[in-house]
Design a protein around this ligand. Structure first.
Ligand code: COA
Length: 713
């Protein structure tokens, strides 16, 4: 318990304090300090463990007031601070003196308005005093299971097992009302504010071991330390689902997010890749966040992607079917013996296809019988139950039938439900939710919830794998990169880039630099024809524009001519460029073009890309991404995720290409990016892929002085 940023033990006092002081508890009901006190009392926190601090008051809300926290006769675990920013440092020092373990600073006026020094000061006081600090600029913190509402939200949410962490305080306020309306129970509600000390990573690690929390949901605008978050997610995800809404998807949204909290929203693709790596589910909006949270909190993951839709209405079934197809949910064929069993629960004109249509005549008994039959069949992985309100059935009865069928099953397969209709359906939906059955008003949402369970299932079933340690020549790469950095260059020359690639085991064509006319013929012969001649100069990036490249050189005479011509063009077009020579590179046989690249993301570090190469890459955007370090499985997934990978796997009678060699290049690019933090970008584009092997036809390596989020894999 040292108050260091990595110490999460004191978070216990933030979320499960035995006593709470409110510093800045006000006598005025219009002030936040009054509301926080009111909420603590109203939420049911033991009155004798609430200590209002206010030097001007004797008593507030019938509780004795203390002029300073130092006067409180008992120990204080948590201090909620609601005094103006300028006196926060002073009261914080008193908290340290008192031995307070955690503080939640509601006060605004720090980093979010550019008051960085003040924010640094309060963090320093807290850390030196061994306290963890939540905020500043927050709505507060609430824990339903110990009746603690240390916030100025309008009420304490229902008790439940979903924890909600939010970077936006306003959203916390708004959501409490919404969760009450939707009958969604929360375990904890934490407003993060400026995240000056306690951040998302700390909280997910803490909540992993909280028995009252089974799902962690987050509204996130940005992370300062992406690697810290990934590290925490890797430790939590296998035990508890983490579901995130990350705002700032659009360019405009990213700008709004950064100005709102003062934190920079990293590139959206990197966030998606980082989340995916450790099974964090990314919801696209708040509704989806809670839909998925409910499903993952109540149901086991979908580990067998053989799903059945059970319905009493054809239209609802069709809507759900369409949604299943686009979500990757496999609707299984119903085996004959199961079909025979299901026939018992429908009229002769019912359907035992998938969707199974019990028809509008479906009764409570039919729903129960059919659902039980499905859940007990070995091939069925999960069931989506749909119900359209008919005049001959009471929705509540059908809800009851579903609850009974599920209770009587082994509860090892997930179900999601949708009740489509008016207020009676809404009541049934609430009844299902109270009985731990995820229920939604539309078929699409029930399918989306099942898709989240599928994604979770896939993550949990992944065999453990580690990034391979590859055999590379780091010394050579170091020498080349070091030299370029010494010369203050921001890119390697094309030959240098090829040499670095070669040192890292990425296949490159034979090549050599020619420095004189005398060498030209012999070098050309040793490289082999046909060859490409191109200017080797650290100052020239776009060679074609300055006449610095000649293709299709078939013989020695042509090689010599190309050498002369290139030097002449350079002299004429860019006389000041430093010329090292002319590089002769063997032209390789054309293969299937792909690209492997790396961009160093400021939040998460190296982001590896794979996609089809060629001129359409920017239009089609058929590219997949992962954050380093990469495992072999991830590299394979990257390839198969792209639509164009079908070409590599042998589309319509085309020959199958050497995918393993591409996997190897992806892993080597990943290793290179991790070994050299100075590399900001790598482009192996195009990489020609053949039946056997592949060759990098062009390699670009850009350099910079990266300081943040270095290679902490
Ligand atoms: N210790 C304890 N209480 C003290 C004190 C001290 N050293 N000095 C003053 N107080 C008392 C005040 O007397 C007052 O009580 P009173 O109303 O009974 O007189 C109370 O603390 C509050 O102080 P006050 O100066 O009236 O501040 P305020 O209530 O107007 O504003 C904040 C305080 C923290 C709410 C305000 O500065 C703020 O930051 N607001 C924004 C909060 C926010 O939006 N957070 C983010 C949400 S997303």
């Amino acid at each position: 318990m040292d108050g260091s940023p990595d110490d999460i033990s004191n978070l216990k006092y933030l979320l499960e304090p035995e006593s709470v002081a409110v510093i800045g508890a006000s006598r005025d009901p219009q002030k936040i300090g009054y509301q926080v006190l009111w909420n603590l009392i109203g939420g049911g926190f033991p009155r004798e463990k609430i200590f209002p601090i206010n030097p001007k008051a004797e008593e507030i809300l019938d509780l004795k007031c203390y002029p300073s926290i130092l006067e409180v006769p008992e120990k204080v675990d948590l201090a909620v601070i609601v005094v103006p920013a300028k006196i926060v440092p002073m009261v914080l020092k008193q908290c340290v003196e008192k031995g307070v373990k955690a503080v939640a600073i509601i006060s605004a006026g720090f980093g979010e308005v550019g008051n960085i020094a003040a924010e640094e000061e309060i963090v320093r006081i807290a850390r030196e005093g061994g306290m963890r600090l939540l905020g500043p600029n927050i709505v507060g913190v609430a824990n339903t299971h110990n009746n603690m509402n240390a916030s100025f939200c309008q009420a304490l949410p229902f008790k439940g097992n979903i924890a909600f962490i939010t970077q936006s305080g306003a959203l916390a306020i708004a959501l409490v009302g919404w969760t009450l309306l939707e009958k969604i129970g929360l375990s904890a509600l934490v407003s993060l504010g400026n995240k000056a000390d306690v951040d998302d990573a700390d909280l997910i690690l803490y909540l992993r071991d909280d028995p009252k929390t089974s799902v962690i949901t987050i509204y996130m605008e940005g992370l300062d330390d992406g690697r810290k978050f990934m590290d925490a997610a890797s430790k939590v995800s296998a035990q508890k689902p983490i579901i995130i809404v990350k705002a700032g998807r659009s360019e405009r949204g990213a700008k709004a997010a950064s100005s709102h909290t003062g934190s920079l929203a990293g590139s959206d693709i990197a966030y998606t890749a980082a989340f995916k790596k450790y099974g964090v589910l990314r919801a696209s909006n708040i509704q989806e966040l809670f839909d998925w949270a409910m499903a993952t909190a109540y149901m086991p993951p979908l580990k067998n992607n053989n799903v059945v839709i059970l319905t009493n209405g054809g239209g609802a079934g069709v809507l759900a079917t369409d949604e299943c197809e686009s979500s990757g949910i496999n609707l299984m064929d119903i085996p004959p013996e199961l079909a025979e069993e299901l026939r018992k629960y429908m009229p002769p004109f019912g359907s035992v296809g998938n969707p199974i249509d019990l028809t509008g005549m479906a009764t409570k008994e039919w729903y129960k019988g059919a659902l039980k039959a499905l859940l007990s069949h070995k091939d069925v992985g999960g069931v989506i139950v749909l119900y359209c309100h008919t005049a001959i059935t009471a929705p509540m009865e059908i809800a009851e039938a579903i609850i009974e069928a599920y209770e009587e099953s082994n509860k090892d397969k997930p179900i999601t439900t949708s009740f489509i209709g008016g207020s009676e359906c809404l009541k049934s939906q609430e009844h299902l939710r109270r009985n731990n059955i995820p229920s939604y008003p539309s078929p699409e949402r029930a399918v989306s919830a099942m898709a989240a369970l599928l994604e979770r299932g896939k993550y949990l079933m992944k065999p453990p794998s580690k990034a391979p340690k590859l055999d590379v020549d780091r010394v050579t790469a170091q020498r080349i990169i070091g030299k370029a950095l010494e010369e203050d260059r921001s890119a390697l020359s094309s030959i240098e880039a090829f040499q670095v690639a070669e040192a890292y085991g990425i296949p490159v064509p034979p090549l050599q630099v020619v420095k004189s006319r005398e060498e030209a013929v012999s070098v050309a012969r040793s490289v082999g024809f046909p060859l490409v001649a191109e200017i080797e100069s650290p100052d020239i990036i776009h060679k074609t524009d300055v006449g610095g490249i000649v293709l299709n050189i078939e013989n020695e005479d042509a090689a010599l001519k190309a050498f002369d011509q290139i030097l002449e063009n350079i002299k004429k077009n860019t006389p000041t460029a430093k010329v090292i020579g002319v590089a002769f590179r063997k032209m390789v046989e054309e293969g299937q073009e792909v690209l492997v690249g790396m961009h160093r993301d400021p939040t998460f570090g190296p982001l590896i890309a794979f996609g089809m190469g060629g001129i359409f890459v920017n239009i089609l955007k058929d590219v997949s991404f992962r954050i380093t370090p990469l495992t072999e499985m991830e590299a394979k997934e990257m390839i198969s995720e792209t639509k164009a990978s079908k070409i590599l796997y042998g589309y319509r009678g085309m020959e199958t290409l050497d995918i393993n060699s591409v996997v190897d290049v992806i892993l080597r690019v990943s290793q290179l990016a991790m070994d050299f933090k100075e590399i900001t970008d790598i482009d192996v584009n195009p990489l020609f892929v053949y039946r056997n092997g592949c060759v990098a036809v062009d390699v670009k390596i850009l350099l910079g002085k990266s300081e943040k989020n270095e290679n902490k894999p």
